[in-house]
Write a protein that binds this ligand. Sequence first.
Ligand code: ATP
Ligand code: FE
Length: 343
Amino acid sequence: MILGIETSCDDTSVALVDMTGAILFHQIHSQESLHGTYGGVVPEVASRAHVEVLPSLVRSAFLDTGLSPSHLQGIAVTRGPGLLGSLLTGISFAKGIGSAFRLPLIGVDHVQAHLRACVDSMESLQGKTIGLVISGGHTHLFRIENWPTMELVSQTVDDAAGEAFDKGAKLLGLPYPGGPSIQKEAEKNTLPLLPLTKKRIRTENPLDFSFSGLKTAFSLLVRKTELNERTRPLLAASLQHAIVEHVLDRIEQTVIQESPSHLLVGGGVSANALLRKKLQVFSEQQGMTLHLSPLSLARDNALMIARHGRELFLSGMYTPYPYTSFSPYTREASDVRVKKTVL
Ligand code: ATP
Ligand code: FE
């Protein structure tokens, strides 16, 4: 069995999977209500909440399944990217149990793990696979030829898609987290959409994403509009449309370049209903199999960490006790942006 621990940001989650990847236990404890009043994640509050919740979640994992840490083959824990304090709580806890039972630690990359949530088993993927992680802090496209490793094809050059949703919601005075609020507000709109950009967004690498231009255009539009029951849904729908169209444009370019047989789409923003619908239509047109993360696993969760961890473990990618070089990383080497709306 593999124990999975996820504490990279503001969700505390624990999972147990067996060595076939089957789920034995999974729970997610959301801190949304703690951070909602601030309109963004407060790092200090997040790490304190992880410290309070994590031990009881791990205890439940063993009590509910009647198992004990002596049944474990290893502990998979999110190593990064994320908030340093949050990551440290999960890693320290994993090191604690791991040391007591002399277990290997499996360091899992949170962004890559979001793709593991899109399929029950990676074995079903025959042929070239492209993965899109679209979340609060990342918009990354990967080429997957040698699971459990992958190659970065492109990423956002500025904001992540989730940040564009979150910041847009803030400008409209909608509650945190912004993505679901924008989606809900957009569903009320009956008016023709307002264009946010006149030209196609250009980036040096044509497969890279860029959301800062949309964000600026949106904030200018909000500033000159009186917010009321008609304009708020209109603005939300226009922003949602512009973000989704940009993502689809990049996916289209990627499909032209890579001709994949499978497309995986995971991360919090993959829960967006308009994006899901448009991706389904597009994939059908292309004859490509789309694997969308189930809604319950689009958000942060430990099941994706445990399952990805299991496959890394089976490939020999783990750190044996006494973990001399096992530390968190807050950003990827190529990622110089600040992670989502952190106060
Ligand atoms: P990362 O995975 O990049 O480290 P994170 O873990 O904080 O960041 P997730 O939890 O994967 O991000 O996703 C959270 C993001 O998803 C937020 O920006 C949120 O607004 C967005 N989101 C959630 N539901 C929706 C939705 N229905 N439509 C659009 N965005 C959404
Ligand atoms: Fe995430």
